[in-house]
Structures are given as C-alpha cells and as structure tokens.
Design a binder for this molecule. Structure first.
Ligand code: SDX
Length: 428
C-alpha cells in the first residue's frame, strides 16, 4: 500500500511532503521529524496536537471513552484480573499463564522489603511532611542501594529494577503514612496478597495480628488496576523524558512522582475531597459550578475534564460502581458520595460542561473509596503513584529497549534581539 502523504505549503518555499503514519488503532499522524532539516519547527505548547513516541502498551479513544491495556479493556481487567496480573501484562505484552503468574507473584514477594538503612531516611523528615514529599525523596534515593543493577542497557538489570519498584512502592507508601502517625514502620508479609499486604502495612501494628477485610483488599486492588497506566500523560512523559538522558530508572520514577503530584494531574484525587469539603452542602453546588464556569475565577471542578477523554473516563464508571459496592458492603452512608453524585448530575446537565465535554475522570470517585477504606486524603496521590509505577516502568523499558533519542524540544523565542551591555554607571 503506497504511503499516504501530507503536503505542507509554506509561502516562498517549495511544497514539503510529510509521511502520514498509520496506527493499529486511532488517528493517522503526520510525521514532522523532517521539518528541522528544512529549517522549520512546529509550535504546540502543552503538546495538545503532538504524539511524542510510538507505543504498544496502552490505547485511549477519548471520543468513545475507551481504554485498552495491550488490547484488553479496562472494564474487563478490573472485573476479571488482579493488579499483579495487569503488571505482568503491561510489562510483557501478554497475560501470564498459571505458571508465569505464580513465578511473577513469587518474585514480587521476594522484593517487598526495603534496605534497613532506608528506614533512617524517614527520620530526616518532619512528622507533618506531606507523604508525597517523602516518597519523592525516598524513591529517588533507592538508586544508592542498587549499584549492582543500574546498567540501563542490560535487560536483566531493567527487569530486576521493575520487580524492585513494583514490590517496594507499597512498603514505602505505608512507611510514609506510618511515619506521619508516629507509629512503627511495618514490615511486609509474604503470606499476604499485594493489596492485602499494603493494607496490613498501612493499618496493622506490631502488637496484634492484622485482620484485612477481603472487601477492602479487593477494592484496593481494583484501584491499583484502574491507575496502572494511561498512555503518555504528564507523569509518564516526564519519566520518558528523564529516561531519554540515560538517567537511572529510580531517578526517572522519582521524576514521574513529582509530576504526578500536581492537582491538575494525580493530585486531583486529593483536590476532589478538599473541594467537596469546601462545597460542604448540596445547597452550595450551584454556587461552585458557577465559579467553575467563571473565566475570572481560577476555581475548577476537580475530578472533571480530561485532555483526552471527551466522553466518560471509563475508569470513573468502574470506580463509581466500586464506590457503591464498598460503601454498601461497609454500611457507610458517606454524605460526600451523595454530594459527589449530585455535583456530577448538575454538572453533566449544565450547558458549559456539556459544550466543553467535561466529564468526571478517574480522580472524581477514587477519593471517596479511599476515604471509605480509611486512607487519609494526603495519601491519595501516594496511592496513585504506587499504582502508576508499573506504567511508568513499562514505558521507560519500552523506550530504553528500542532505539531512542534524548528528548530536546525547541521554542518560539520572543525575547530581546542581540544587544550590548551598558556600563553599570550608565544604566538607568
Ligand atoms: C489525571 O493525562 C492523563 O491521562 C491524566 C490521568 C492519568 O491517568 O494519568 O488521566 C489522570 O490527571 C486526570 C485529570 C485530573 N485533573 C483534574 O481533575 C483537575 C481538573 N481538570 C482540569 O484541570 C483539566 O480538565 C485538565 C487539566 C484535566 C485537562 O486540561 P486541558 O486538556 O488542558 O483542557 P483545558 O484546561 O484547556 O480546558 C478546556 C476548557 C477550558 O476552558 P476555555 O479556556 O476553553 O474556555 O475547559 C475548561 C477550561 O477552563 N475546563 C474546566 C475544567 N477542566 C477544563 N472548567 C471547569 N472545571 C474543570 N475541571
């Protein structure tokens, strides 16, 4: 099949033929990489019209509200799989058979502990430090403990690093929480499942046997699945950009954690609960929806809108169902859920939100479930980072194990033209 081409017409220049790339799924893309050789650049702040890479890991159809991981829908994975099986899928491209799954889970279990000296890191933080600040620091420092496996060109080093990060993030996340409480930092237990072990380290203590509710463990595992990967979002793009310089994977993941922290991205789940607290009561919803629509008011409805989804975020739909299940199972009647449901109903019927296609995203309901599980708001983004680590690693590994260049965008320069310095005594 002859390659399709785009013709770029620029006044005073010959027409430029640009190849059109055909994806497996989604829109065709114009390959503009040859523009530089012709002295031209594209300008696309926020990369709203730019594909930064080729990838086989995750596909999002924003118009249809569809999310696939290696071809499997998020709805099916959330209903039938578990987080470690999704980790295997994201990293290896196929679902594991029974033997492969048992081996993968066993290897993760053998890496859940952190070096004892890492426990000393926590003592340098104030007890009221935001757990994301602690997580950024501790994960970035992990490379100091693994000098034996930092050769990014070595596939075995990349593999053991993936296992270490997936296995240790729950341990580190729980340590961030326990440190803030002034409670003993818990050790992982290898007889527990991944989500069960995390809840054990979060809510257990050395003085008694931990009883983890299977309902909460299942809900936690589902939250991990729903946050595992999401194509080239801000934090994953940060991980790829950091990795493109050859930085070690722990430094790249720490960069991803930092990017995720922002309220426009992974920090939105914490911001949603804070927003619901600020709205306070159903009677105030109209006032806040009006604020969100007011161009002169910086207030945005946290948990609404998405760069890619111009339909329901399929993860929000799964999360909403899980929300009801968990609250019903626990017999919790959380007024915040009622407030969230009313806010969703009013916003979705408002012309402004309809016109701008602002639907609830993954962060809108996750906070309510996490709160029902007993997780404090400050830990919400930490759990997002824990879940997304496998996605970051999968994308990092996909880039590093194929030919790549250092990411180095240019700019539209609108500053001063060249000028000479005035002597200090002659300046105004
Ligand atoms: C995540 O990229 C990913 O995949 C991220 C994520 C993942 O899994 O990695 O899905 C996770 O980050 C979900 C998003 C969580 N963030 C929030 O819920 C914060 C609130 N949402 C907004 O900040 C915003 O919607 C973004 C940042 C999510 C998307 O912003 P865009 O794509 O840059 O769109 P935009 O800001 O240009 O908005 C388009 C218009 C604007 O109005 P106009 O200038 O066109 O008049 O919609 C308005 C915006 O003002 N708008 C909102 C709004 N979101 C967008 N107005 C009110 N409330 C909102 N929430």
């Amino acid at each position: 099949m002859t390659e399709k081409k785009a013709i770029l017409k620029v006044e005073g220049r010959d027409d430029l033929e640009l190849p059109i790339l055909t994806p497996t799924l989604g829109r065709e893309e114009i390959d503009v990489s040859s523009l530089t050789a012709n002295g031209l650049f594209t300008f696309d702040p926020g990369f709203t019209s730019t594909a930064s890479c080729e990838s086989k890991i995750t596909y999002i159809d924003g118009e249809a509200g569809k999310l696939l991981h290696r071809g499997y829908s998020i709805e099916e994975l959330a209903a039938k799989s578990d987080y470690l099986e999704v980790c295997y899928l994201l990293l290896n491209g196929e679902l594991p058979n029974a033997e492969q799954k048992e081996a993968f889970v066993g290897t993760v279990k053998n890496h859940t502990m952190v070096h004892e000296q890492i426990r000393n890191f926590f003592n340098g933080f104030r007890r009221d430090a935001h757990p994301m600040a602690i997580m950024c620091g501790v994960v970035g420092a992990l490379s100091a403990f693994y000098h034996d496996s930092l050769d990014i060109t070595n596939a075995e080093h990349r593999e053991v690093t993936a296992f270490r990060l997936i296995a240790k993030m729950p341990t580190i996340a729980a340590m961030c929480y326990k440190y803030g409480l002034g409670q003993p930092l818990m050790y992982p237990r290898n007889d527990l499942g991944y989500a069960e072990n995390f809840l054990h380290m979060m809510f257990g203590n050395p003085c008694e046997e931990t009883q983890v509710s299977p309902t909460l463990a299942r809900a936690m595992d589902k939250i991990f699945i729903l946050h595992a990967d999401h194509e080239q979002n801000a934090s994953t793009s940060t991980v790829r950009l950091a990795g493109s310089s050859g930085a070690n994977p722990f430094a790249c993941i720490a960069a991803g954690i930092s990017a995720l922290w922002g309220p426009a991205h992974g920090g939105a789940n914490e911001a949603v609960l804070n927003m619901l607290d600020e709205i306070g009561d159903i009677s105030q919803i109209e006032t806040y929806v009006a604020k969100a629509k007011d161009k002169n008011d910086p207030f945005k409805l946290m948990g609404f809108g998405h760069r890619v989804y111009k339909n329901y975020d399929p993860r929000a739909t799964v999360m909403r169902e899980s929300c009801h299940e968990v609250l019903n199972e626990l017999g919790i009647n959380d007024p915040k859920l009622e407030l969230a449901m009313k806010l969703e109903e009013i916003a979705l019927n408002d012309p402004y939100f309809k016109e701008k296609k602002l639907f609830p995203n993954v962060d809108f309901y996750s906070g309510i479930i996490l709160k029902a599980i007993g997780i404090p708001t400050s830990m919400f983004t930490v759990i997002f980072a824990l879940s997304r680590t496998v996605g970051w690693i999968a994308h990092w590994n996909e880039m590093i194990s194929n030919p790549y260049k250092i990411g180095r965008p240019r700019q539209l320069y609108t500053g001063e033209t060249e000028r000479s310095m005035e002597p200090l005594n002659e300046r105004d």
